[in-house]
Design a protein around this ligand. Sequence first.
Ligand code: SF4
Length: 168
Amino acid sequence: MAVVIQTLRPHHLLDILAGLKASDMAGPAPECRPGENGVRTITHALAANLDTPVKFVVGPDDICRPCDKLRPDLTCSRFLPNREPPVAFDDYNNPLDRAILKKLGMRPDQVLPLREFLTRVRGNCPGLERVCAHAHQDAAQKLSGILQGLEVLGITRGGGMPVPAAPT
Ligand code: SF4
């Protein structure tokens, strides 16, 4: 059955874009192995979901849902490597996702067609890579990967009216 994308963490989508190849979306949908996160499944479904309304969340998404690191209380059990004191994934990723949404003129839980989100991403490149690159990543490389991923999906022009972020 075709996968319908419902929720995405913005940084998950940007990470996928930065390494996206057309072949990732070819052929039959991959089976999600027990405990595996949904990256391969969601990546495969991107091109088919460009006009799907997606909720952009700060919290668990369609990629986290099958992951065996997601606790029953919907927090992630993982910690960033090599940090002392330890830093929980959520404590790093939640502010990151809020910052990406703010840069795109969006608020948490806002619903947009995937194509419109990607168009906003294109309109904020260059610049967005400085918000979304992880500490160990080269921001210029991340930008180049995101632009290539957008091209693979046919998003070649930025635009879209920014929606003011709601007060928090
Ligand atoms: S490790 Fe954590 S953040 Fe990553 S997919 Fe699994 S539950 Fe989500």
